[in-house]
Design a protein around this ligand. Sequence first.
Ligand SMILES: [Fe+2]
Ligand SMILES: [Fe+2]
Length: 286
Amino acid sequence: MKHWRVEQVAWDRFDPARVDPALVPLVKAAAMVERNGDDYALYLKSIFRDDPDFQLAAEYWAEEEVQHGEALGRWAALADPGWDFRAAFARYRESFKINTTADASIRGSLTGELIARCMVETGTSSYYTALGEGTQEPVLKEICRLIAADEYRHFKLFYDHMKRYLARENLSFLQRLRVAAGRIGESEDDELAYAFHCSNEAPGTPYDHDRCIAAYMGRAMGYYRFHHIERGMGMIFKAIGLEPRGRLSALTARGAWRLLQWRRGRYESALAANENRTGAAVPAAA
Ligand SMILES: [Fe+2]
Ligand SMILES: [Fe+2]
């Protein structure tokens, strides 16, 4: 299947009057993580060194992730013409390093690595769907729709390879669950927080994980609706070998939705407190 191209997006439909200012810092940060996909592909190719089919798929996958970064970065520069995408990404790349010559997956097995990838694609597929539905700006809506469709295909790609490795490595249900839960928990670690820092805070500002993750999550979590969580939970269940549309999945989705609301409240309060302290909505990026 052929990639869509950044030039195909109807950039001339960009409407500054419809830009939600709370979304711009999120798009800037997401552009960093997506654009870094090529380094992640090197890591994947290194740990799947005996699997040329998967290596080829990882290369193709990374081209799409890099393109997501390029499209989001271009949109953010339209929304904030003073923002320098290349400079922000150079800062991110300099400090956020992925081990591109690893011998083995940090997840303990190749099946585990693929389950972790399924979790990431579940997260991005839900997130871009939520942002796309939440924005009124036509170009961002189009980009989010294109990206969300790619992320869902990526989930299927990693899921299919995972099934192949599962037959070989035979991970137990609990091992699969542990990897999945571990990767979901990492979404509030440094990757996104640091991406927020590099793309939204002036160079020279010291990095502070708690401030940056609150700045990110305090804005992002409000875009989710229950149906995004319900669909995402189905994908998580599928990846760990449970019935995706059963009673347990529905129950867990309701629990996750409540947890999200609670965390959203805490992050929004932290974000508001930090903004009061600094006296600025978001420190301007140079
Ligand atoms: Fe992506
Ligand atoms: Fe993806």
